[in-house]
Design a protein around this ligand. Structure first.
Ligand SMILES: Cc1cc2nc3c(=O)[nH]c(=O)nc-3n(C[C@H](O)[C@H](O)[C@H](O)COP(=O)(O)OP(=O)(O)OC[C@H]3O[C@@H](n4cnc5c(N)ncnc54)[C@H](O)[C@@H]3O)c2cc1C
Length: 487
């Protein structure tokens, strides 16, 4: 808890943002952090609520009352130790987590919840500045080797914990850089890439090996991992995007969101983008189909590339402004409650209950817009509203309607792992796949989700891998003992 009764006197304050006109001139992060004193006051708002629902609301089970209290009492280093005991990468979640903990905060029943996510970010950034985040290689090595495929938050979370348990970890990543969607999906203005590099450096110094440009199932046969390693963790993400197969889909200028976002992140990082496949929003009317995080990132990126206009449409109806009977406290309402992202604030038209019918050809094979019809939603069913057809002008369209499942071709097919009904890798409760010594975690296992879930899955999977390897170590050790005894 924080200060007794602090929640009565102190109002919620959060980190600010640079003004829209300023922040949209570049791709840098635009957070304006509160001062240390202000943050300590925010920690003081944490009540002695008895049963802190923030804690179970967080997939990582962070111990918010503990670190809030430490911050209030100016014990930042202790706050860091509390936070890092459950969250491997609070510099990622402190920036981009939708904060289900705040949805569960008991104070949220009567007032604004504690600013937990900002407190978390302040703790970890202070910990880096003060040198508290130090490489801590394990003291003993088990002699076991583990391959982790994929270097997104789930792969990194698994690698970190497996390495800490003393096993030797090699992370294989098919991209040229480590980070998964943190690197080549989420734009720099939400998460600067130096934040990933800083953490990866610590992980390297702790003994984790990273092999980039290594596509398992293509560059390296999946079977070779089974020969060379004692356990394998599949953390390849959910990468197959949902398509919109309506007439005109193949027109120039209609792209999956990720084609655009990957390119933009590469360009911002100063890397080559082949000119013949370049996608730029500059001077164009941009239409984003899909209302989630991916769509929102297309909006912010298009605005920074100086699009003429940006419109974002959604098939589903406009969600309510606040909680409803379907989203009572302490549930995290997610997309079932209206929210406005910082990118949407920057100048985007939003519309709901719209179904795209066909992409319109400008006469030269390029897209000029989309024909749509408005929908009337009754519960989970919709009907098209007669006479509501219209046309939206767009020379660039991004499909941001989510991801279906991981890529099957290559690694998963070669390993022959079983999949669930949705095409994700199927595991038991111990993150074990149908193939001996192969585990899976993150979006590749649970489907498209959140960074906080990916880290949590990676950590939990690591524990199961460790148990699996230790069972082997124990057996070996006891065999050796018998041998020594008779030697
Ligand atoms: C544009 C976008 C914005 C998002 N914004 C947010 C947000 O603001 N907040 C939030 O909480 N979540 C957000 N998400 C969701 C979040 O990024 C994911 O849930 C999370 O990254 C999943 O982590 P992961 O480690 O399971 O997979 P990924 O991050 O997808 O990483 C998987 C990695 O595996 C690699 N890989 C795959 N197959 C192979 C192979 N055969 N060999 C070698 N490497 C391989 C891939 O190249 C990739 O680097 C966003 C998602 C997208 C697409």
């Amino acid at each position: 808890m924080g200060k007794k009764g602090g929640f009565r006197d102190i109002e919620r304050k959060t980190h600010g943002y640079k003004p829209v006109e300023e922040r949209t001139q570049d791709f840098f992060e635009f957070l304006v952090p509160l001062s240390k004193d202000e943050m300590e006051k925010q920690g003081a708002r944490c009540m002695d609520c008895g049963t802190p629902f923030c804690h179970p609301s967080c997939p990582l089970h962070n111990i918010m009352p503990d670190f809030n209290d430490h911050v209030y009492r100016n014990r930042w280093e202790e706050a860091y130790h509390s936070l890092s005991s459950t969250n491997s990468f609070s510099e990622f979640t402190g920036r981009i987590c939708p904060a289900p903990c705040e949805s569960g905060c008991v104070l949220g029943l009567i007032k604004d919840p504690v600013a937990i996510r900002n407190i978390e970010l302040s703790i970890i950034e202070r910990a880096y500045r003060k040198g508290w985040v130090k490489p801590k290689p394990p003291k003993n090595r088990s002699g076991k080797k583990v391959a982790v495929v994929g270097s997104g938050p789930s792969g990194l979370g698994a690698a970190d914990q497996i390495n800490k348990a003393g096993h030797l970890v090699t992370v294989f990543e098919r991209s040229d850089e480590v980070g998964g969607l943190l690197r080549y999906g989420i734009p720099d203005f939400k998460l600067g890439k130096e934040v990933i590099d800083r953490r990866v450096e610590v992980l390297k110094q702790e003994g984790i090996e990273f092999r980039t440009s290594a596509n398992i199932g293509f560059d390296i046969p999946a079977a070779s991992l089974l020969e060379d390693f004692d356990a394998v963790v599949l953390a390849g993400g959910s990468t197959i995007p949902r398509d919109l197969p309506i007439p005109g889909r193949s027109l120039q200028g209609v792209h999956y969101a990720m084609e655009f976002l990957i390119q933009s992140n590469r360009r911002v990082a100063g890397k080559d983008v082949p000119q013949d496949t370049e996608i730029l929003a500059t001077g164009k009317d941009v239409l984003v189909i899909g209302g989630g995080d991916t769509g929102s990132d297309c909006v912010g990126t298009s605005i920074r590339q100086k699009a003429k206009s940006v419109t974002q449409i959604e098939l589903l109806p406009k969600p309510p402004d606040g909680r409803t009977d379907q989203t009572p406290w302490p549930t995290h309402p997610g997309p079932r409650m209206l929210s406005t992202s910082s990118s949407q604030e920057e100048g985007c038209q939003r519309d709901w209950s719209i179904m795209s019918k066909q992409f319109v050809d400008d006469g030269s094979g390029a897209v000029a817009g989309v024909d749509f019809v408005r929908l009337d939603w009754q519960g989970n069913k919709f009907t098209e509203i007669e006479g509501s057809a219209g046309r939206l002008k767009a020379q660039l369209v991004f499909l941001a309607m989510g991801f279906l499942h991981p890529q099957h071709e290559g690694m998963l097919d070669q390993l022959g792992v079983e999949k669930d009904d949705r095409g994700n890798v199927k595991t038991d409760d111990s993150y074990r796949t149908s193939v001996e010594k192969v585990f899976a975690a993150g979006d590749m296992r649970r489907g498209q989700s959140l960074v906080v879930w990916a880290i949590s899955e990676g950590r939990e999977c690591a524990r199961e891998v460790d148990k699996f390897l230790r069972a082997g170590v124990t057996r070996l050790a006891s065999k050796k003992k018998t041998y020594s005894a008779t030697d």
